[in-house]
Design a protein around this ligand. Sequence first.
Ligand code: SF4
Ligand code: SF4
Length: 179
Amino acid sequence: MKLQDVIELQPPKLTPAENMFLPAVLAGLGTTILHLFKSVGGKVRTLQYPEERRENLPVLQGGMDVLRYRGVHRLNKDEQGRVKCVACYMCATACPAHCIHIVGDAAPPAWSDREKYPIKFDIDELRCIYCGMCEEACPVDAIELTQEYDLVGLTREEMVFDKEKLLKMFDQTVQRRPL
Ligand code: SF4
Ligand code: SF4
């Protein structure tokens, strides 16, 4: 390696105000005050759930899309009604919460378009942080986050959605956003 290949980096020179984080603090305060005025003006407000539901509000309220959120997952089906998943484990690998558990197996001989499919596919909805990484990682658009958010369960086990439950969620939400 030659000396001219070495790039010497210098720390940026900060002003005394920047050293005390003043610009960043003022910018943060500005955002807070902006939200305060919006809130007083009635543009952004807390949703009075369950009396009010997001889907019944106007889509655009004060510039904020009230339907921009992620709910429980679904496993999509193809045109033949089969689970689209090809058990590649990309979603489970990408999941930062480690809440997806898949067991793959050889696809039935009649399924000539794939080698594998999941015989078991569980998502722990209580561990999930609804980041959407699984959806992003899936190469065949098999897993998707719906806008169903009112999940109720009396036990932790009930909140682990298995393959059947995730496919049922597809049937229930196929006509709705997001797809
Ligand atoms: S939304 Fe995020 S945390 Fe939840 S299962 Fe997908 S990747 Fe994991
Ligand atoms: S849902 Fe998608 S990413 Fe996850 S295992 Fe199935 S095909 Fe792979």
